[in-house]
Design a protein around this ligand. Structure first.
Ligand SMILES: NC(=O)c1ccc[n+]([C@@H]2O[C@H](COP(=O)([O-])OP(=O)(O)OC[C@H]3O[C@@H](n4cnc5c(N)ncnc54)[C@H](OP(=O)(O)O)[C@@H]3O)[C@@H](O)[C@H]2O)c1
Length: 181
């Protein structure tokens, strides 16, 4: 069993995407995402980021694979080619298995599921999903992709003050899995 966390930014309606992209540009949130997913306590280890194929496609070419992290892409298409060092898997189960034992388990400190909606849906129902790092955007965007309802599974643990960027207010929150669900 590989424990993992989710990192997500969502608007007031749980919207996370539009036309295969993020509906907003928040530089501080991108920095926050990078810090959470890159930082390790052990300097000799890296973290892993697991994403759906559409989220991979959404990353600007110059930023992928996400540096200093082991990138894992979930797809049903066994013919898709990815850059060297990117791991292609056929489902979330196979992605998590990569880090359960063997060589990768020794060099990976934390595992983060970073989207999109299809993968989040499969992730939040798993007991190994311990935590959600949530950027709560206090604004409504025109979205076509949504984070699933999660408050039945997760409880609020911590929240930052509000920040404002490009006239958009947002805060960073942390949710942890409720006992027994
Ligand atoms: N706001 C945020 O924090 C955030 C984070 C990430 C993404 N996003 C946004 O979310 C949107 C993308 O999300 P999405 O839900 O459309 O796509 P997604 O979850 O990123 O990727 C979906 C793809 O993953 C593969 N997949 C899903 N379930 C699978 C399974 N059980 N087995 C094997 N493969 C599976 C399939 O790839 P194949 O079709 O190749 O088989 C599927 O088309 C974009 O707008 C993106 O910008 C937002």
């Amino acid at each position: 069993m590989t424990p993992f966390s989710i990192v997500v930014a969502m608007d007031q309606n749980r919207g996370i995407g539009r036309d295969g992209k993020l509906p907003w540009y928040l530089k501080c949130d991108l920095k926050h995402f990078k810090e959470i997913t890159t930082q390790t306590r052990d300097q000799n280890k890296h973290n892993a980021v697991i994403m759906g194929r559409k989220t991979w496609d959404s990353l600007p070419a110059q930023f992928r694979p996400l540096p200093k992290r082991v990138n894992v892409v979930i797809t049903r298409n066994a013919n898709l080619q990815f850059p060297q060092d990117v791991l292609r898997v056929n489902g979330l189960e196979q992605a998590l298995d990569l880090f359960a034992k063997g060589a990768l388990s020794k060099i990976i400190e934390s595992v983060y599921v970073i989207g999109g909606a299809q993968i989040f849906e499969q992730a939040i129902v798993r007991k190994e999903c311990r935590k959600i790092y949530l950027t709560q955007i206090l604004h409504s965007f025109d979205c076509d992709t949504f984070f699933p309802p999660f408050v039945d599974y997760f409880q609020h643990e911590a929240g930052s003050p509000r920040y404002v960027e490009n006239e958009i207010s947002y805060l960073f929150a942390e949710y942890s899995r409720k006992a027994g669900v």
